[in-house]
Design a protein around this ligand. Sequence first.
Ligand code: FAD
Length: 315
Amino acid sequence: MNLAGRHRQKSLELTLREGQGKAQLSGRQGVIRYAKPTTVDEALALLGEDRWRILAGGTDFYPAQGVKPFRANILDINGLAALRGIDETDGHWRIGARATWTDIVRHPLPVAFDALKAAAREVGSVQIQNVASVAGNLCNASPAADGVPALLVLDADVELRSVKATRHLPLGDFILGNRRTALQSGEMVTAIRIPKRSAVGASTFVKLGARRYLVISVAMAAARLVIEDGVVAEAAIAVGACSAVARRLAGVEAALRGQPFAVALGDAVLSAPIEELSPIADVRGSAEYRQDAAREIVARAVRAAIGLGESKVAV
Ligand SMILES: Cc1cc2nc3c(=O)[nH]c(=O)nc-3n(C[C@H](O)[C@H](O)[C@H](O)COP(=O)(O)OP(=O)(O)OC[C@H]3O[C@@H](n4cnc5c(N)ncnc54)[C@H](O)[C@@H]3O)c2cc1C
C-alpha cells in the first residue's frame, strides 16, 4: 500500500507551528493541532478535550481564512467515512454530515426532495458540489445558503453530537442569525434528518441570481405542495437571502391550503401576507427589489411544483 493509502486508513494528528510562512511540527507553546480522525467517537473525544475549527469540504472554511495564519486547532472530518452516507431509518431520511451536494443529486430520493436536488445543482460549480457538504452549508449560516430553504420545507432537523450527548434541533432553531448557529463547544453536526411524514408531495427550488450560473443568490425560494382530491392539503414555503436566516412563510402557506389545484395557485401567493422577510440592501439588490422578487419567485416555485413554470431566474 502506498503512503497516501496508509494515511487514508490511519487517523492523523499533527502539531503545527507557524514559522516564517511555513507550518512546522513542534511540541512547544503557541502551536496549533491538526487532527484527521477516522471514527466519529475519536472525533468527539478530540472535541471534548480541546477547542477546534471543523474542516469539511473547505469551500467556506478556506475563503473565510484567506491568507491569515491559522490560529485555531483544525479538526478535519474528511476521514469520517461513516458520515458520508445518505440512508433511511423507520422514521427519517438521514443525510450524513460529510455528504456532498453531488451525493444529494445522485442518491435516489422521493420527489419531495426535488427542491433539495435542484438547490444542490445550484451550489457553485460541479467542482464545488463534489467536495462541499450540506452540513457545512448550514453550519456556515450564510443568509444566502441555498440549502436552507429546501431543507426548511422538508421540516429538517440537525443532529448534534458531543462526547456527552446527542440532541436534535429543528433547522429553524439551529441557525440563529447571520453566521450564528446553536452549535455548542464540544459539539459537531453528525447528520441532517428529514422526517418521512414530510418527505411527501412535490417540491421545487427557484434561485434568483445576477447571472444564470455560478452565482450567489439575490433571493431563493423552495415550495413543497401535497395535493389531495384536487386541493392543496399541505403547503410548505421558504425564502432565503431576504432575512438574516431563511424563513418559512406562514401567511402564504395558509393562503394556499385548501385551494384547488390550478395555475391560479400562483396568484394566491401574489395576494397573500408576507411578514417574515426583512431584506437588506447590498451589491446584489435593494431591499425593495428583494421583497418584490421574493413574492414573484415564490409564485413561480408554487407553479413549478404543480408542473408549470421555470425554476431558474436571472435578474
Ligand atoms: C466558488 C464558490 C461558489 C459557491 N457558491 C455557492 C452557492 O451558489 N450557494 C451556496 O449556498 N453556497 C455556495 N458556496 C459556499 C459553499 O460551497 C457551501 O456553503 C458549502 O456547502 C459548504 O460546505 P463545506 O463542506 O465546504 O464546508 P466547510 O467550508 O468545510 O465548512 C463551513 C463551516 O461549517 C463548519 N462545519 C462544517 N462541517 C461541520 C460539522 N459537521 N459540524 C460542525 N461544523 C461544521 C466549519 O467549521 C465552517 O465554519 C460557494 C463557495 C465557493 C468557494
